[in-house]
Design a protein around this ligand. Structure first.
Ligand code: PLP
Length: 368
């Protein structure tokens, strides 16, 4: 089976890890510092704080921006659960705005509608889903108008761009994940970025037990630190991020060529303002076809997968939690129509043949 994702681990990463293990300094140390510096230079970010994972990076970003109990944070229901969970971890309440069915990202008009109605919303957490950046110029403008902060969940968007700016460079803070399936990885890991020095220092203290100086604690913090073992992997991965993203874009082009004549498929789009990094290559088909397509692909060697089958406001835990009845029809429809195909950098020509054959098989069986 062609896996939906596969980390690119070479002798570079293996050697880097072995070197750290042999050094005796295996927890947070010089490699974490170096990874933070390299990330700052690569993305031209002012401050970078490495964390244990992307979820705690989101939590730390919200804390840094002063989000607290009683606040509400506006976000998308069509994302991985960690986005909304981090809002709860910060003591705030998630409010959901529906998505744009063309981009799968939070809808700009829906943001405005929610902000108009609810003065308790203190921040918007946007998600650059599948590696495609939200319309950040419009979102920043609305946020300024209503005086709310913007946090970018850039867990799927390392190196993605919108109008020349990197994902993570637009908001008051941004969080990235370095989980094993992301465009670059440290196994588990993540980082926060912010332009504001004071917020960066607050986040640094927060992720290290509220320790401002050695054994001097000024707030309730957490152990959200990254290890040097992870950072050593990240340093090697970052060197190859451009190459990985270019490979994904080439693979996306090949998939589009294979699928372009099927008029029952809606392919992912990219405007001239965007540099899509294809964390996922996600197509849409009618909901009546989707699950059969998934099954046929899986049975014929293609590790297709649904990201995400249930919007967050429909998750059992969130249904109990949310007082308001949420009607988010676009998210609910899209969750039944999307299907992601392998697009990772390790795909080879045989894999594309396998994908082509599997689609032909589906067409013969279900569409003639
Ligand atoms: C992966 C991911 C996260 C969480 O990152 P972890 O490192 O797994 O904690 C958050 N949001 C989105 C959109 C993600 O894809």
């Amino acid at each position: 089976m062609i896996p939906i994702s596969k980390p690119v681990i070479t002798e570079d990463e293996i050697k880097a890890v072995v070197d750290v293990l042999k050094s005796g300094m295996i927890a947070s140390g010089p490699k974490v510092k170096m990874l933070e510096e390299n990330l700052k230079n690569f993305f031209n970010f002012k401050n970078v704080i490495a964390t244990a994972n992307g979820t705690c990076a989101l939590h730390a970003a919200l804390f840094g921006l002063g989000i607290k109990e009683g606040d509400k944070v506006l976000t998308t229901p069509f994302t991985f659960i960690a986005t909304a969970n981090s809002i709860l971890h910060a003591g705030a309440k998630p409010v959901f705005a529906d998505i744009d069915e063309k981009t799968f990202n939070i809808d700009v008009d829906a943001i405005r509608e929610k902000l108009k109605k609810d003065k308790k919303i203190k921040a918007i957490m946007v998600v650059h889903l599948y590696g495609r950046v939200c319309k950040m110029d419009e979102i920043i403008k609305i946020a300024k108008e209503y005086g709310v902060k913007v946090v970018e969940d850039a867990a799927q968007a390392h190196g993605a761009k919108y109008k020349g700016g990197f994902a993570g460079s637009f908001g008051d803070a941004a969080a990235f994940s370095l989980y094993a399936t992301k465009n670059i990885t440290t196994a588990e890991g993540g980082f926060v970025t912010t332009k504001n020095e004071k917020i960066a220092n607050k986040i640094r203290t927060f992720i290290n037990h509220g320790q401002e100086k050695i054994y001097y604690h000024t707030m309730l913090g957490y152990n959200y630190r990254m290890t040097d073992i992870e950072a050593a992997i990240g340093i090697e991965q970052l060197k190859k991020l451009n190459e990985f993203n270019e490979k994904r874009r080439k693979n996306a082009e090949k998939l589009k060529q294979i699928l372009k004549n099927y008029d029952w498929i809606i392919l992912p789009q990219e405007s001239k303002d965007e540099y899509h990094i294809y964390h996922q290559f996600t197509i849409r088909v009618k909901s009546s076809l989707r699950d059969n397509l998934l099954k046929t692909l899986n049975e014929n060697g293609v590790g297709a997968k649904i990201f995400y089958p249930i919007p967050i406001h429909k998750q059992p835990f969130y249904k109990k939690l949310l007082s308001e009845k949420n009607s988010l029809p676009v998210s609910e429809k899209i969750a039944k129509e999307v299907l992601s195909l392998p697009v990772h950098p390790l795909l080879n020509e045989n894999d594309f043949d396998t994908i082509k054959t599997a689609f032909e098989k589906f067409k013969k069986e279900f569409l003639n």
